[in-house]
Design a protein around this ligand. Structure first.
Ligand code: GTP
Length: 246
């Protein structure tokens, strides 16, 4: 049987880093772990980090390690960062902050542009040589959660656009916070980043939380008959830079 020897425990602890957000909540970041990722038939060496925030987290890494078997982590969401190239030290890196889209990213749903944006972001990062994908797992449905998103989809089948559907159910247009994303980004790198996004609020929010965003490059996904009206709503209701696209 394999046991957690003091050496292995030391190895795990050396990969655990802690930060505290402005609300006083502890965030533990674990990594790197090697993650070979296939993009268009070729495999690229990414480094994987995950982070954990939970109200009951202790102050130090060793205590955290000792209590992990008692936390219901599978019931909660943990987010990831996948870095590529010399991410911590390079002068510039391309970064994609990607809110989870269970339907688009996992199922390949064509109702939105999320899945293709994620794929193109990976392509652009390996092409540039340095970058990161931050996969934000508590952002489903722009922060309303998967169950609520399914209700908004049903309403969109009855004439609502994506904004009206959220509002009609009592949600905001966008409930996402980038505070923890910013903290984690700043734990991994202090040099400037180029953000891959069409959403002006992302840049503003990251900047407000102290991330040195020096530029934004649009990230246009695939347009189809299934997502055209959704993209038009993003352009008109959310001011996304999709001018040349829809
Ligand atoms: N409420 C709601 N959420 C949706 C709908 N379609 C997609 N989403 C969610 O919208 C979010 C899109 O996230 P991102 O692609 O990271 O961000 P964005 O605001 O579109 O900005 P970009 O950086 O330009 O892609 C994901 O959380 C999806 O789950 C919808 O019709 N209703």
């Amino acid at each position: 049987m394999h046991i957690l020897t003091p050496e292995l425990k030391k190895m795990l602890l050396s990969k655990l880093k802690k930060s505290v957000n402005p609300d006083g909540e502890r965030i533990f970041l674990f990594g790197p772990v090697q993650m070979p990722i296939q993009i268009d038939g070729e495999t690229f060496p990414f480094q994987w980090y995950t982070w954990l925030k939970h109200p009951d987290l202790p102050a130090d890494s060793e205590s955290l390690l000792n209590m992990l078997d008692r936390l219901p982590l599978a019931e909660l969401q943990q987010s990831s960062v996948l870095t590529y190239g010399d991410y911590s030290d390079s002068e510039l890196a391309k970064v994609r902050i990607h809110s989870i889209c269970h339907t688009g990213d996992i199922f390949g749903s064509q109702r939105c542009d999320c899945g293709s944006q994620l794929h193109i972001a990976f392509q652009q990062i390996v092409e540039f040589g340095v970058g990161a994908i931050v996969y934000v797992a508590n952002h489903e449905g722009r922060g309303i959660g998967l169950f609520n998103k399914s209700l908004t989809y049903a309403l969109q089948e009855h004439g609502f656009d994506t904004a009206e559907a959220n509002l009609s159910l009592g949600h905001n247009l966008d409930d996402r916070s980038y505070q923890d994303v910013a903290i984690v980004l700043n734990m991994l790198r202090s040099n400037p980043i180029l953000l891959l996004s069409n959403n002006p609020l992302k840049r503003q929010s990251l900047g407000r939380h102290g991330v040195p965003v020096i530029g934004v490059e649009n990230l246009h996904g695939v347009v189809s008959d299934f997502n055209r009206s959704y993209l038009q709503s993003k352009k008109h209701r959310f001011n996304h830079t999709l001018e040349s696209l829809v």
